[in-house]
Design a protein around this ligand. Structure first.
Ligand code: TYD
Length: 209
């Protein structure tokens, strides 16, 4: 019995992480087996790659950066996401394939088609059932952030391109994506997310832990 893989994407400070905590609690209260992973990271080796990627002291070529994000992804998908989905759990992913397209493709202006195929290679056939894009103007998101990692330290135009990249991916795959207005209170955004998952209720109901 296959579970579900739901990913969250968005610009810095779009509130993904706190919405994942809320959804996790909501699903657990219904007795659902939930696993949360963040990218880059979510597994010991992938967390080590994460440290390299986000350290402001790391001096990385754009292609090397892309391949490290993909290496971390290949690791967490094989070790955590695929086994959890196979046992029937609901996996909530804090960033996934679309972040590489938006940040390394649109932000760093690398070949988007190449990134899509590298993503496909990295995940080996494991694909999200639903992607929630928490959409917000980047200046609003960055204003919410306290500290700055290596990506967050990029100039405003970079983050504007990242947002455009996410919206373009959402237009490419409308059946997988739901674009959520991430402005307003956390409770309001939570309700929007709940509505965007309503059609998955039968599958969620089967994923009981
Ligand atoms: P994190 O602190 O987890 O940020 P957030 O809470 O916004 O997710 O840092 C992850 C950073 O890595 C974030 O700036 C986005 C970036 N990133 C990429 O550039 N490419 C990727 O493929 C992924 C997964 C993340």
């Amino acid at each position: 019995m296959r579970g579900l893989f739901i990913t969250f994407e968005g610009v810095e400070g779009s509130g993904k992480s706190s919405q994942i905590v809320r959804l996790e609690a909501r699903l657990r209260a219904e007795g659902i087996d939930v696993v949360c992973v963040r990218e880059p990271g979510g597994e010991p080796m992938a967390e080590r790659i994460r440290a390299l990627l986000l350290d402001t002291a790391s001096d990385l070529e754009a292609r090397a950066e892309l391949l490290l994000f993909l290496a971390a992804r290949a690791q967490v998908v094989s070790r955590v996401v695929a086994p959890a989905v196979a046992r029937g759990a609901v996996v909530l992913g804090d960033r996934h394939i679309d972040s590489s397209v938006a940040y390394q493709g649109w932000g760093r202006q690398q070949d988007v088609a190449a990134i899509r195929s590298l993503n496909a290679f990295a995940v080996g056939g494991v694909l999200p059932d639903r992607t929630l894009l928490l959409d917000l103007p980047p200046e609003t998101g960055l204003a919410r952030q306290m500290d700055r990692n290596r990506m967050e330290a990029e100039p405003a135009e970079f983050h504007v391109r990242v947002r455009e990249g996410f919206l373009a991916e959402a237009r490419q795959s409308p059946e997988r994506f739901r674009v959520i207005d991430a402005s307003g209170s956390p409770a309001e955004v939570e309700e929007r997310i709940h509505s965007a998952l309503r059609d998955l209720a039968p599958a969620l109901g089967r994923a009981t832990g």
